[in-house]
Unconditional design. Structure first.
Length: 109
């Protein structure tokens, strides 16, 4: 079963500390060694978003995010584990490592 773990960042929260980065790297090393990590990446803030709308055939590029919120997804893990319970445990460990809230969602297909 594959799951997406979204790391939820707050605009008000400062960047990751050296301690948090070290904990994230250690967590990544553990899930790679266990064969559970499919992908882990950071995501730029919404300040770097370009919204593209080509539904009507006249493409529009808009320099903004599709959401206006004080929180955004700043990184993801995609994991492959045999059960939802293991995914929940990994999400809790990821939350602790990065010192952020995370969201766990099953991947379809």
């Amino acid at each position: 079963m594959r799951f997406l773990i979204n790391i939820i960042e707050s605009i008000e929260k400062p960047a990751h500390s050296r301690q948090e980065i070290d904990a994230i790297n250690a967590f990544n090393d553990e899930i790679v060694a266990a064969g559970q990590r499919v992908l882990a990446v950071g995501i730029a803030s919404p300040d770097n978003s370009i919204l593209i709308d080509n539904r009507g055939g006249d493409v529009k590029y808009i320099n903004e995010s599709f959401i206006d919120s004080s929180e955004y997804v700043s990184g993801i893990w995609i994991i492959d584990v045999p059960t939802r319970e293991i995914a929940l445990e990994l999400a809790a460990r990821g939350s602790k490592a990065c010192n952020r809230r995370v969201e766990l969602r099953p991947l379809l297909g």
